[in-house]
Design a protein around this ligand. Structure first.
Ligand code: 173
Length: 496
């Protein structure tokens, strides 16, 4: 097939005829402009040009080839005709490189908060805004962290704790830690290798990774990067087109994925104002070609790419999921005991008590608080304890003590999303491995201090959770978290 010159591509630089280059291939996206979940504006910015750099962090490599009909795949661009873009090193690049060079050595990272400090300094502003943002006033994102401070320990003493074992089983799969890596989207915004940093570290350390539907890396890349015997789960956003969802789920099962975590708390994405505001601040006037065109209000990265998610998803769909897969089904994003009861009665294998990292309904309660009422009400109804119904918790977890509290209160395991996300943003795979080591040390010490040698010795009476449901008790100030937490900004006047 003959190659296409870059000047030929440049002719198609407008709304009436829009070609773009991605990874050396030319695509005619004219008819796709208004369907693009991220809006047409961003594509038009690259009309007639190479869009690879903007495409990569937001899309899995195969997104364009699978979404665009074959006849719109125009061919390969002639590399000799591409203007060699000598990437000019900007002041911003230099500033970022200097920060990378000045990162604390990994040995000085002592806890999961430290990764967050480093990530906050080195991440591009847009990536930090996207990852760190919570919904509305960000009350829930902070509550996720502070809720754990309303649970106190009742440790036992004079027990022989010479040999301590913090390994665990999650949905029948062995794991070296009682936590799993929870799904976070768009890993390549923060590190060029994206989610693969997590996969590789998890494979080495025997930790379970939940693969996000909206990973930057392709699903197959993530699965193929796993070592033999490595356990992976799948986080699922349900597509309006159920055939797509069915294919995706069945493909995952065929690839050996061991659990299907269906996100049920995101019929619409929450307003994350840090993310939204960032899009306004940084956006230039855009390409000339869009002049006179209707321009979408920019909503931040996540909202832009979430329009495929089906808001009609409801309890009646559960039998269908059970009919298309044998994987255990877990509903991720349960926030009340009433829905926990419905889930148990629907015959799924578990629930995640979660508020989506504080990114959805602001003022939703923390997972660990909801855990109290869920275990109580399920127990009353004879639905729990039940080896076939697992209660997971996520949100705000930074310490082994947080995990131990949740396990003592009845959780089967605990998910950590941002803690690991920030560790790879800051230090790549090495960062994630280091995070596992930190948690391992924390489990060892804290289990000894609690007087237990195995996780199944944790009991509700080992914690005092009486204050957990009281939202106004004073909590000690938390200096590490206080330095990391970034206050929301208000709208800005133009510089005069
Ligand atoms: O929390 C998120 O940002 C998220 O889950 C998401 C959902 C849709 C698109 C991108 C991210």
């Amino acid at each position: 097939m003959s190659l296409i010159s870059s000047s030929a591509v440049q002719q198609h630089n407008n709304r009436d005829s829009c070609w773009i280059i991605v990874h050396g291939k030319v695509y005619d996206v004219t008819d796709f402009l208004d369907e693009h979940p991220g809006g047409s504006k961003i594509i038009l910015k690259y009309a007639g040009a190479d869009a690879t750099e903007a495409y990569d962090p937001i899309h899995p490599p195969d997104a364009i080839t699978t979404n665009l009909p074959k006849e719109k795949h125009i061919g390969a661009v002639d590399p000799d005709t591409m203007v060699k873009v000598v990437k000019t090193v900007t002041d911003e690049d230099r500033r970022r490189q200097a920060l990378m060079d000045a990162r604390p050595p990994l040995e000085e990272i002592l806890n999961l908060h430290d990764f967050e400090v480093v990530a906050k300094r080195i991440l591009p502003d847009k990536a930090w805004a996207y990852y760190s943002s919570g919904a509305d006033d960000e009350i829930t994102i902070r509550e996720n962290h502070t809720a754990f401070q309303r649970v106190w320990f009742r440790p036992r003493i004079l027990r022989n704790v010479s040999a301590v074992d913090w390994s665990h089983t999650i949905l029948g799969n062995r794991t070296s830690l009682p936590i799993y890596i929870s799904a976070t989207a768009l890993g390549k915004l923060g590190h060029p290798e994206g989610e693969l940093c997590l996969t590789r570290a998890a494979g080495k350390y025997g930790v379970i990774q939940m693969i996000p539907t909206l990973a930057s890396c392709a699903f197959d890349e993530i699965v193929n990067a796993a070592v033999p015997g490595q356990t992976q789960f799948l986080q699922l956003y349900v597509n309006r087109d159920r055939e797509i969802t069915k294919r995706y789920v069945q493909h995952a099962e065929k690839c050996g994925v061991k659990g299907l975590f269906i996100t049920v708390d995101a019929p619409q994405l929450g307003r994350r104002e840090k993310d939204m505001r960032m899009r306004f601040v940084g956006d230039d006037a855009g390409a000339k070609v869009q002049e006179g065109q209707k321009v979408e209000k920019n909503q931040g990265v996540a909202r832009a790419i979430s329009s495929f998610i089906d808001p009609s998803l409801n309890w009646d769909d559960i039998p269908w999921f059970k009919s298309i897969t044998k994987m255990p089904i877990i509903l991720k994003g349960i926030a009340t005991w009433e829905d926990a009861v419905l889930a148990a009665e629907a015959g799924v294998q578990g629930i995640v008590l979660s508020n989506h990292g504080g990114r959805q309904l602001d003022m939703a309660r923390s997972g660990v608080e909801v855990l109290l009422e869920v275990t109580e009400k399920l127990r009353e109804r004879g639905l729990w304890p039940n080896p076939n119904f697992h209660i997971f918790v996520d949100g705000g977890v930074r310490r082994a003590t947080d995990v131990l509290k949740a396990l003592a209160l009845g959780a089967s395991a605990v998910g950590i999303g941002r803690g690991f996300l920030y560790s790879f943003c800051a230090y790549g795979q090495d960062g994630v491995e280091h995070a596992f080591k930190i948690l391992r040390d924390e489990f060892e010490m804290n289990m000894r201090l609690l007087g237990i040698t195995k996780l199944d010795q944790l009991r509700p009476e080992m914690v005092d959770a009486r204050a957990l449901t009281a939202h106004s008790v004073p909590t000690p100030s938390d200096n590490l978290f206080g330095q990391i937490y970034q206050p929301l900004a208000t709208t800005q006047f133009k510089e005069s």
